[in-house]
Design a protein around this ligand. Structure first.
Ligand code: URQ
Ligand code: ZN
Ligand code: ZN
Length: 483
Protein backbone atom coordinates (compact mmCIF):
# COMPACT_ATOMS: atom_id res chain seq x y z
CA UNK A 1 0.00 0.00 0.00
CA UNK A 2 1.46 3.39 -0.94
CA UNK A 3 0.70 6.58 0.97
CA UNK A 4 0.88 10.28 0.16
CA UNK A 5 1.02 12.84 2.94
CA UNK A 6 -0.52 16.03 1.59
CA UNK A 7 -0.65 19.64 2.72
CA UNK A 8 1.87 19.40 5.58
CA UNK A 9 4.97 21.40 6.45
CA UNK A 10 8.07 19.24 6.44
CA UNK A 11 10.33 19.85 9.46
CA UNK A 12 13.73 18.20 9.51
CA UNK A 13 16.88 18.80 11.57
CA UNK A 14 17.78 21.73 9.34
CA UNK A 15 14.85 22.62 7.05
CA UNK A 16 11.20 23.75 7.25
CA UNK A 17 9.20 23.81 4.00
CA UNK A 18 5.81 23.00 2.52
CA UNK A 19 5.69 19.81 0.43
CA UNK A 20 3.90 16.50 -0.01
CA UNK A 21 5.61 13.20 0.74
CA UNK A 22 4.97 10.02 -1.24
CA UNK A 23 5.92 6.66 0.32
CA UNK A 24 5.89 3.20 -1.22
CA UNK A 25 7.75 -0.08 -0.66
CA UNK A 26 8.70 1.09 2.84
CA UNK A 27 10.69 4.12 1.71
CA UNK A 28 10.11 7.77 0.84
CA UNK A 29 9.89 7.84 -2.96
CA UNK A 30 9.14 11.51 -3.69
CA UNK A 31 8.92 14.88 -1.99
CA UNK A 32 7.35 17.84 -3.78
CA UNK A 33 4.41 20.16 -4.36
CA UNK A 34 1.08 18.63 -5.44
CA UNK A 35 2.69 15.26 -6.23
CA UNK A 36 1.06 12.98 -8.83
CA UNK A 37 0.67 9.55 -7.29
CA UNK A 38 -0.60 6.16 -8.56
CA UNK A 39 -4.30 5.36 -8.26
CA UNK A 40 -5.15 3.61 -5.02
CA UNK A 41 -2.58 5.56 -3.03
CA UNK A 42 -3.87 6.31 0.49
CA UNK A 43 -3.93 10.02 1.35
CA UNK A 44 -3.06 11.42 4.77
CA UNK A 45 -4.33 14.99 5.18
CA UNK A 46 -1.55 16.90 6.95
CA UNK A 47 -2.88 20.43 6.47
CA UNK A 48 -1.92 22.64 9.45
CA UNK A 49 0.45 19.93 10.69
CA UNK A 50 4.16 19.14 10.64
CA UNK A 51 5.68 16.18 8.81
CA UNK A 52 8.77 15.07 10.76
CA UNK A 53 11.14 12.10 10.97
CA UNK A 54 9.69 9.54 13.37
CA UNK A 55 11.23 9.70 16.84
CA UNK A 56 14.21 7.50 17.70
CA UNK A 57 14.44 6.44 21.36
CA UNK A 58 18.08 5.37 21.86
CA UNK A 59 17.49 3.97 25.35
CA UNK A 60 14.80 1.37 26.18
CA UNK A 61 14.67 -1.95 28.07
CA UNK A 62 11.75 -4.02 26.85
CA UNK A 63 11.15 -7.25 28.87
CA UNK A 64 14.49 -6.79 30.63
CA UNK A 65 15.28 -9.46 33.28
CA UNK A 66 16.48 -7.23 36.15
CA UNK A 67 16.69 -7.27 39.97
CA UNK A 68 14.89 -10.61 40.27
CA UNK A 69 12.00 -9.85 37.92
CA UNK A 70 11.30 -8.99 34.26
CA UNK A 71 10.23 -5.56 32.96
CA UNK A 72 6.48 -5.66 32.22
CA UNK A 73 6.69 -4.05 28.76
CA UNK A 74 7.50 -6.44 25.94
CA UNK A 75 8.86 -5.71 22.47
CA UNK A 76 5.42 -5.78 20.82
CA UNK A 77 3.51 -3.68 23.35
CA UNK A 78 6.50 -1.34 23.79
CA UNK A 79 7.00 -0.66 20.10
CA UNK A 80 3.23 -0.21 19.66
CA UNK A 81 3.16 2.33 22.50
CA UNK A 82 6.16 4.03 20.90
CA UNK A 83 4.22 4.38 17.64
CA UNK A 84 1.23 5.85 19.49
CA UNK A 85 3.64 8.54 20.72
CA UNK A 86 5.33 9.28 17.39
CA UNK A 87 8.48 7.19 17.93
CA UNK A 88 9.36 4.82 15.05
CA UNK A 89 12.61 3.21 16.20
CA UNK A 90 14.03 2.09 19.54
CA UNK A 91 17.58 1.12 20.42
CA UNK A 92 17.35 -1.41 23.24
CA UNK A 93 20.06 -3.23 25.21
CA UNK A 94 21.43 -6.75 25.24
CA UNK A 95 22.65 -7.17 28.84
CA UNK A 96 24.49 -10.49 29.28
CA UNK A 97 24.92 -11.85 32.81
CA UNK A 98 28.57 -11.66 33.86
CA UNK A 99 30.65 -14.67 32.78
CA UNK A 100 28.19 -15.52 29.99
CA UNK A 101 28.54 -15.26 26.23
CA UNK A 102 27.69 -11.92 24.62
CA UNK A 103 26.74 -13.72 21.41
CA UNK A 104 24.32 -16.06 23.17
CA UNK A 105 22.73 -13.10 24.96
CA UNK A 106 22.52 -11.23 21.65
CA UNK A 107 20.66 -14.16 20.05
CA UNK A 108 18.33 -14.38 23.07
CA UNK A 109 17.37 -10.69 22.77
CA UNK A 110 17.00 -11.03 19.02
CA UNK A 111 14.47 -13.79 19.73
CA UNK A 112 12.51 -11.66 22.16
CA UNK A 113 12.47 -8.70 19.76
CA UNK A 114 11.08 -10.67 16.79
CA UNK A 115 7.56 -9.64 17.91
CA UNK A 116 8.33 -5.91 17.56
CA UNK A 117 5.97 -3.95 15.29
CA UNK A 118 8.53 -1.29 14.35
CA UNK A 119 12.27 -1.21 13.69
CA UNK A 120 14.80 -1.68 16.49
CA UNK A 121 18.48 -2.14 17.18
CA UNK A 122 20.65 -3.14 20.16
CA UNK A 123 23.50 -1.70 22.20
CA UNK A 124 25.38 -4.62 23.82
CA UNK A 125 26.45 -4.30 27.46
CA UNK A 126 29.93 -5.32 28.65
CA UNK A 127 29.27 -6.76 32.10
CA UNK A 128 32.58 -8.66 32.54
CA UNK A 129 35.92 -8.93 30.76
CA UNK A 130 38.00 -11.70 29.19
CA UNK A 131 39.59 -12.61 25.87
CA UNK A 132 36.26 -14.22 24.99
CA UNK A 133 34.41 -10.93 25.56
CA UNK A 134 36.94 -9.10 23.41
CA UNK A 135 36.63 -11.71 20.68
CA UNK A 136 32.82 -11.66 20.75
CA UNK A 137 32.77 -7.86 20.51
CA UNK A 138 34.60 -8.31 17.23
CA UNK A 139 32.02 -10.77 15.95
CA UNK A 140 29.15 -8.48 17.02
CA UNK A 141 30.71 -5.55 15.13
CA UNK A 142 31.75 -7.53 12.06
CA UNK A 143 28.73 -9.80 11.62
CA UNK A 144 25.82 -8.48 13.73
CA UNK A 145 25.62 -4.74 13.01
CA UNK A 146 26.52 -3.63 16.55
CA UNK A 147 28.47 -0.36 16.80
CA UNK A 148 27.88 0.59 20.46
CA UNK A 149 28.80 -1.12 23.73
CA UNK A 150 27.25 -0.15 27.10
CA UNK A 151 29.05 -0.10 30.46
CA UNK A 152 27.34 0.13 33.84
CA UNK A 153 29.48 1.89 36.45
CA UNK A 154 26.67 1.23 38.96
CA UNK A 155 24.88 -1.92 40.20
CA UNK A 156 27.75 -3.33 42.28
CA UNK A 157 27.66 -7.11 42.62
CA UNK A 158 25.49 -7.40 39.48
CA UNK A 159 26.50 -5.79 36.16
CA UNK A 160 28.94 -3.09 37.36
CA UNK A 161 32.37 -3.03 35.71
CA UNK A 162 35.67 -1.74 37.12
CA UNK A 163 37.96 0.95 35.74
CA UNK A 164 40.30 -1.80 34.52
CA UNK A 165 37.41 -3.34 32.58
CA UNK A 166 36.33 0.07 31.24
CA UNK A 167 39.85 0.69 29.94
CA UNK A 168 40.05 -2.74 28.30
CA UNK A 169 36.63 -2.44 26.70
CA UNK A 170 37.05 1.17 25.56
CA UNK A 171 40.38 0.19 23.97
CA UNK A 172 38.64 -2.66 22.15
CA UNK A 173 35.91 -0.25 21.00
CA UNK A 174 38.60 1.98 19.49
CA UNK A 175 40.13 -0.98 17.66
CA UNK A 176 36.72 -1.98 16.30
CA UNK A 177 35.46 1.53 15.51
CA UNK A 178 32.55 1.16 17.94
CA UNK A 179 31.36 3.77 20.46
CA UNK A 180 31.35 3.05 24.20
CA UNK A 181 28.37 4.28 26.21
CA UNK A 182 28.11 4.44 30.01
CA UNK A 183 25.63 4.50 32.84
CA UNK A 184 27.68 6.87 35.04
CA UNK A 185 27.16 6.45 38.77
CA UNK A 186 29.90 5.43 41.21
CA UNK A 187 28.55 2.04 42.25
CA UNK A 188 30.93 1.74 45.23
CA UNK A 189 29.69 4.96 46.82
CA UNK A 190 26.07 4.00 46.10
CA UNK A 191 26.65 0.66 47.86
CA UNK A 192 28.29 2.39 50.83
CA UNK A 193 25.41 4.88 51.19
CA UNK A 194 22.77 2.18 50.76
CA UNK A 195 24.20 0.19 53.67
CA UNK A 196 24.53 3.34 55.77
CA UNK A 197 20.92 4.40 55.14
CA UNK A 198 19.51 0.93 55.86
CA UNK A 199 21.46 0.85 59.14
CA UNK A 200 19.88 4.22 60.00
CA UNK A 201 16.48 2.60 59.47
CA UNK A 202 15.76 4.47 56.24
CA UNK A 203 14.21 1.64 54.21
CA UNK A 204 11.55 3.41 52.11
CA UNK A 205 11.83 4.84 48.55
CA UNK A 206 12.99 8.14 50.09
CA UNK A 207 16.31 6.35 50.66
CA UNK A 208 16.86 5.79 46.94
CA UNK A 209 17.89 9.36 45.95
CA UNK A 210 19.80 9.75 49.23
CA UNK A 211 21.97 6.77 48.23
CA UNK A 212 22.85 8.25 44.80
CA UNK A 213 23.37 12.02 45.17
CA UNK A 214 24.33 13.99 42.04
CA UNK A 215 28.01 14.03 43.09
CA UNK A 216 28.04 10.25 42.65
CA UNK A 217 26.93 10.69 39.05
CA UNK A 218 29.23 13.61 38.32
CA UNK A 219 32.29 11.71 39.60
CA UNK A 220 31.55 8.68 37.42
CA UNK A 221 30.75 10.73 34.33
CA UNK A 222 34.01 12.62 34.72
CA UNK A 223 35.97 9.39 35.30
CA UNK A 224 34.46 7.69 32.21
CA UNK A 225 35.17 10.80 30.12
CA UNK A 226 38.79 10.92 31.32
CA UNK A 227 39.30 7.24 30.56
CA UNK A 228 37.82 7.73 27.08
CA UNK A 229 40.11 10.74 26.61
CA UNK A 230 43.24 8.75 27.48
CA UNK A 231 42.17 5.76 25.38
CA UNK A 232 41.16 8.32 22.75
CA UNK A 233 37.72 7.00 21.87
CA UNK A 234 34.43 8.91 21.62
CA UNK A 235 32.04 8.33 24.51
CA UNK A 236 28.24 8.62 24.98
CA UNK A 237 26.93 9.28 28.49
CA UNK A 238 23.37 7.97 28.91
CA UNK A 239 20.63 9.50 31.07
CA UNK A 240 22.42 12.56 32.41
CA UNK A 241 20.26 13.72 35.32
CA UNK A 242 22.26 16.46 37.04
CA UNK A 243 24.43 19.57 36.91
CA UNK A 244 27.50 17.58 37.94
CA UNK A 245 27.47 15.19 34.99
CA UNK A 246 26.49 18.01 32.64
CA UNK A 247 29.50 20.02 33.85
CA UNK A 248 31.80 17.07 33.18
CA UNK A 249 30.51 16.82 29.62
CA UNK A 250 30.68 20.59 29.09
CA UNK A 251 34.32 20.76 30.24
CA UNK A 252 35.32 17.87 28.00
CA UNK A 253 33.53 19.23 24.93
CA UNK A 254 35.06 22.68 25.45
CA UNK A 255 38.39 20.86 25.54
CA UNK A 256 37.65 19.37 22.11
CA UNK A 257 36.88 15.85 23.33
CA UNK A 258 34.23 13.84 21.45
CA UNK A 259 31.65 13.34 24.21
CA UNK A 260 27.92 12.90 23.59
CA UNK A 261 25.21 13.34 26.24
CA UNK A 262 21.68 11.96 26.51
CA UNK A 263 18.88 13.22 28.74
CA UNK A 264 15.59 11.51 29.60
CA UNK A 265 12.26 13.27 29.16
CA UNK A 266 11.54 12.34 32.79
CA UNK A 267 14.65 14.03 34.15
CA UNK A 268 13.66 17.24 32.34
CA UNK A 269 10.25 17.61 33.99
CA UNK A 270 10.03 15.54 37.20
CA UNK A 271 11.77 16.43 40.48
CA UNK A 272 12.72 14.53 43.63
CA UNK A 273 9.62 15.52 45.58
CA UNK A 274 8.11 12.33 44.21
CA UNK A 275 10.23 10.28 46.65
CA UNK A 276 8.77 12.14 49.64
CA UNK A 277 5.19 11.33 48.64
CA UNK A 278 3.30 9.75 51.50
CA UNK A 279 2.07 6.87 49.33
CA UNK A 280 4.77 4.14 49.24
CA UNK A 281 3.65 2.79 45.85
CA UNK A 282 3.67 6.24 44.27
CA UNK A 283 7.18 6.97 45.53
CA UNK A 284 8.46 3.49 44.61
CA UNK A 285 7.02 3.84 41.09
CA UNK A 286 9.57 6.63 40.56
CA UNK A 287 12.58 4.58 41.67
CA UNK A 288 14.95 4.61 38.75
CA UNK A 289 18.66 5.37 38.43
CA UNK A 290 19.91 8.03 38.32
CA UNK A 291 17.01 9.30 40.45
CA UNK A 292 14.86 12.33 39.71
CA UNK A 293 16.67 15.39 41.05
CA UNK A 294 15.81 18.71 42.69
CA UNK A 295 14.52 21.53 40.48
CA UNK A 296 17.80 23.32 39.70
CA UNK A 297 18.98 20.24 37.84
CA UNK A 298 16.05 20.30 35.40
CA UNK A 299 16.80 23.92 34.51
CA UNK A 300 20.45 23.07 33.88
CA UNK A 301 19.55 20.05 31.72
CA UNK A 302 17.29 22.23 29.55
CA UNK A 303 20.16 24.68 29.09
CA UNK A 304 22.39 21.73 28.20
CA UNK A 305 19.93 20.71 25.46
CA UNK A 306 19.62 24.28 24.20
CA UNK A 307 23.41 24.76 24.17
CA UNK A 308 23.97 21.50 22.28
CA UNK A 309 25.95 19.99 25.18
CA UNK A 310 23.31 17.27 25.32
CA UNK A 311 22.43 15.90 21.89
CA UNK A 312 19.76 13.25 22.39
CA UNK A 313 16.64 12.57 24.43
CA UNK A 314 15.43 9.13 25.47
CA UNK A 315 13.18 7.46 28.03
CA UNK A 316 15.11 4.53 29.54
CA UNK A 317 11.72 2.81 29.27
CA UNK A 318 12.05 -0.01 31.82
CA UNK A 319 8.67 -0.74 33.40
CA UNK A 320 7.76 -2.51 36.62
CA UNK A 321 4.19 -2.75 37.96
CA UNK A 322 3.22 -2.13 41.60
CA UNK A 323 3.53 -5.80 42.70
CA UNK A 324 7.04 -5.86 41.25
CA UNK A 325 8.03 -2.58 42.89
CA UNK A 326 6.65 -4.05 46.17
CA UNK A 327 9.58 -6.50 46.15
CA UNK A 328 11.40 -3.60 47.80
CA UNK A 329 8.95 -3.12 50.69
CA UNK A 330 11.19 -2.74 53.76
CA UNK A 331 14.37 -2.38 51.72
CA UNK A 332 14.51 0.31 48.99
CA UNK A 333 17.63 -1.29 47.44
CA UNK A 334 15.38 -4.14 46.30
CA UNK A 335 12.85 -1.96 44.46
CA UNK A 336 13.34 -2.79 40.75
CA UNK A 337 14.84 0.30 39.16
CA UNK A 338 13.03 1.70 36.15
CA UNK A 339 10.22 3.90 34.84
CA UNK A 340 8.36 4.21 31.53
CA UNK A 341 7.78 6.95 28.96
CA UNK A 342 8.32 5.60 25.43
CA UNK A 343 4.81 6.79 24.45
CA UNK A 344 5.12 10.20 26.08
CA UNK A 345 8.61 11.51 25.24
CA UNK A 346 7.77 13.38 22.03
CA UNK A 347 4.60 15.13 23.33
CA UNK A 348 6.30 16.01 26.63
CA UNK A 349 9.29 17.55 24.81
CA UNK A 350 7.09 19.46 22.33
CA UNK A 351 4.92 20.83 25.12
CA UNK A 352 7.73 21.73 27.56
CA UNK A 353 10.34 22.54 24.92
CA UNK A 354 8.84 23.92 21.69
CA UNK A 355 5.71 25.52 23.18
CA UNK A 356 7.85 27.35 25.75
CA UNK A 357 10.29 28.65 23.12
CA UNK A 358 13.25 26.61 24.49
CA UNK A 359 13.45 24.60 21.26
CA UNK A 360 12.62 25.34 17.63
CA UNK A 361 10.76 22.60 15.74
CA UNK A 362 14.03 21.83 13.92
CA UNK A 363 15.87 21.47 17.22
CA UNK A 364 13.04 19.22 18.41
CA UNK A 365 13.69 16.94 15.41
CA UNK A 366 17.42 16.93 16.15
CA UNK A 367 17.06 15.89 19.80
CA UNK A 368 14.24 13.39 19.28
CA UNK A 369 15.50 11.72 16.11
CA UNK A 370 18.27 12.98 13.82
CA UNK A 371 21.10 13.33 16.35
CA UNK A 372 20.56 9.78 17.64
CA UNK A 373 20.48 8.52 14.05
CA UNK A 374 23.80 10.26 13.32
CA UNK A 375 25.55 9.30 16.56
CA UNK A 376 24.58 5.65 16.13
CA UNK A 377 25.23 5.74 12.40
CA UNK A 378 21.87 5.03 10.79
CA UNK A 379 21.40 8.51 9.27
CA UNK A 380 19.88 9.41 6.78
CA UNK A 381 18.13 6.04 6.48
CA UNK A 382 16.63 6.95 9.85
CA UNK A 383 16.12 10.42 11.32
CA UNK A 384 15.49 12.19 8.00
CA UNK A 385 12.71 12.97 5.52
CA UNK A 386 14.55 12.31 2.27
CA UNK A 387 14.08 10.29 -0.90
CA UNK A 388 15.39 6.78 -0.30
CA UNK A 389 15.12 7.00 3.50
CA UNK A 390 12.90 4.58 5.40
CA UNK A 391 9.37 5.99 5.48
CA UNK A 392 9.40 6.39 9.26
CA UNK A 393 7.37 9.57 9.58
CA UNK A 394 5.26 11.29 12.20
CA UNK A 395 2.51 13.77 11.23
CA UNK A 396 2.46 16.18 14.14
CA UNK A 397 -0.65 18.16 15.14
CA UNK A 398 0.67 21.16 17.07
CA UNK A 399 -2.84 22.00 18.31
CA UNK A 400 -3.84 18.50 19.36
CA UNK A 401 -3.96 17.79 23.08
CA UNK A 402 -3.63 14.71 25.27
CA UNK A 403 -3.78 14.32 29.03
CA UNK A 404 -1.37 11.57 29.95
CA UNK A 405 -2.70 8.78 32.17
CA UNK A 406 -2.00 5.14 32.97
CA UNK A 407 -5.74 4.68 32.43
CA UNK A 408 -5.44 5.51 28.74
CA UNK A 409 -1.81 4.97 27.73
CA UNK A 410 -0.78 2.03 25.56
CA UNK A 411 2.22 1.12 27.72
CA UNK A 412 2.03 -2.20 29.54
CA UNK A 413 2.51 -0.79 33.02
CA UNK A 414 0.08 0.31 35.76
CA UNK A 415 1.73 3.68 36.41
CA UNK A 416 2.73 6.73 34.39
CA UNK A 417 5.33 9.15 35.76
CA UNK A 418 3.71 11.92 33.66
CA UNK A 419 0.19 11.18 35.05
CA UNK A 420 -2.17 14.12 34.62
CA UNK A 421 0.15 16.25 32.47
CA UNK A 422 -1.74 17.77 29.52
CA UNK A 423 0.35 18.00 26.36
CA UNK A 424 -0.33 20.36 23.46
CA UNK A 425 1.25 18.90 20.37
CA UNK A 426 0.58 15.23 19.58
CA UNK A 427 1.09 12.76 16.72
CA UNK A 428 -2.00 12.46 14.51
CA UNK A 429 -0.37 9.80 12.29
CA UNK A 430 2.71 7.61 12.70
CA UNK A 431 4.12 5.69 9.74
CA UNK A 432 6.73 2.96 10.04
CA UNK A 433 8.17 1.69 6.75
CA UNK A 434 5.34 3.63 5.10
CA UNK A 435 2.64 1.70 6.99
CA UNK A 436 0.22 3.63 9.20
CA UNK A 437 0.64 2.28 12.72
CA UNK A 438 -1.18 5.15 14.42
CA UNK A 439 -4.06 7.18 12.96
CA UNK A 440 -7.22 8.81 14.33
CA UNK A 441 -6.34 7.81 17.86
CA UNK A 442 -6.06 4.11 17.04
CA UNK A 443 -3.17 1.67 16.72
CA UNK A 444 -2.99 -0.70 13.78
CA UNK A 445 0.20 -2.69 14.28
CA UNK A 446 1.44 -5.99 12.93
CA UNK A 447 3.37 -8.30 15.27
CA UNK A 448 6.78 -9.02 13.80
CA UNK A 449 6.73 -6.24 11.19
CA UNK A 450 9.70 -4.58 12.94
CA UNK A 451 13.19 -5.22 11.53
CA UNK A 452 16.54 -5.42 13.27
CA UNK A 453 18.59 -2.46 12.03
CA UNK A 454 22.31 -3.05 11.48
CA UNK A 455 24.50 -0.16 12.57
CA UNK A 456 27.89 0.04 10.81
CA UNK A 457 31.02 1.29 12.59
CA UNK A 458 32.42 4.82 12.28
CA UNK A 459 35.54 4.65 10.09
CA UNK A 460 35.81 8.39 9.41
CA UNK A 461 35.54 9.45 13.03
CA UNK A 462 37.94 6.77 14.16
CA UNK A 463 40.56 7.49 11.49
CA UNK A 464 40.69 11.07 12.75
CA UNK A 465 40.82 9.97 16.38
CA UNK A 466 43.53 7.38 15.73
CA UNK A 467 45.62 10.14 14.14
CA UNK A 468 44.91 12.35 17.14
CA UNK A 469 45.80 9.40 19.38
CA UNK A 470 49.15 8.97 17.66
CA UNK A 471 49.83 12.65 18.31
CA UNK A 472 48.92 12.19 21.99
CA UNK A 473 50.91 8.99 22.48
CA UNK A 474 53.83 9.71 24.87
CA UNK A 475 57.07 10.05 22.87
CA UNK A 476 60.23 8.10 23.93
CA UNK A 477 62.12 10.13 26.51
CA UNK A 478 65.50 11.45 25.25
CA UNK A 479 67.81 11.75 28.25
CA UNK A 480 70.31 14.62 28.32
CA UNK A 481 73.59 15.18 30.12
CA UNK A 482 73.38 17.13 33.40
CA UNK A 483 73.63 20.90 32.76
O1 URQ B 1 20.07 1.54 34.57
C1 URQ B 1 19.36 1.36 33.58
O2 URQ B 1 19.43 2.12 32.63
C2 URQ B 1 18.39 0.22 33.49
C3 URQ B 1 18.76 -0.94 34.35
C4 URQ B 1 16.99 0.75 33.75
N1 URQ B 1 16.75 1.15 35.12
C5 URQ B 1 16.99 2.40 35.59
O3 URQ B 1 16.76 2.67 36.77
N2 URQ B 1 17.50 3.34 34.83
ZN1 ZN C 1 21.18 3.13 33.30
ZN1 ZN D 1 18.80 2.06 30.87
Amino acid sequence: MSTVIRGGTIVTADQTYRADVYCADGITKAIGDKLDVPAGTRTVDARGQYVMPGGIDPHTHMELPFMGTVASEDFLSGTAAAAAGGTTMIIDFVIPNPKTSLLEAYEQWRGWAKKACQDYSFHVAITWWSDQVSEEMGVLVRDKGVNSFKHFMAYKGAIMVSDEQLIASFSRCLELGAIPTVHAENGEIVWHLQQKLLKMGITGPEGHPLSRPPEVEGEAANRAIKIAGIVNTPIYIVHNSCIQSLDAITRARLDGQRVYGEVLAGHLVIDDAVYRHQDWTFAAAHVMSPPFRSREHQEALWKGLQAGTLQTTATDHCCFCAPQKAMGKGDFTRIPNGTGGVEDRMAILWTTGVNTGKLTPNEFVRITSSNAAQIFNVYPRKGSISVGADADIVVWDPKGTRTISAKTHHQKVDFNIFEGLTCTGVPSHTLSQGQLLWADGKLDVKEGAGRYINRPTFPVVYEAMKKQGELRTPKPVVRHAAE
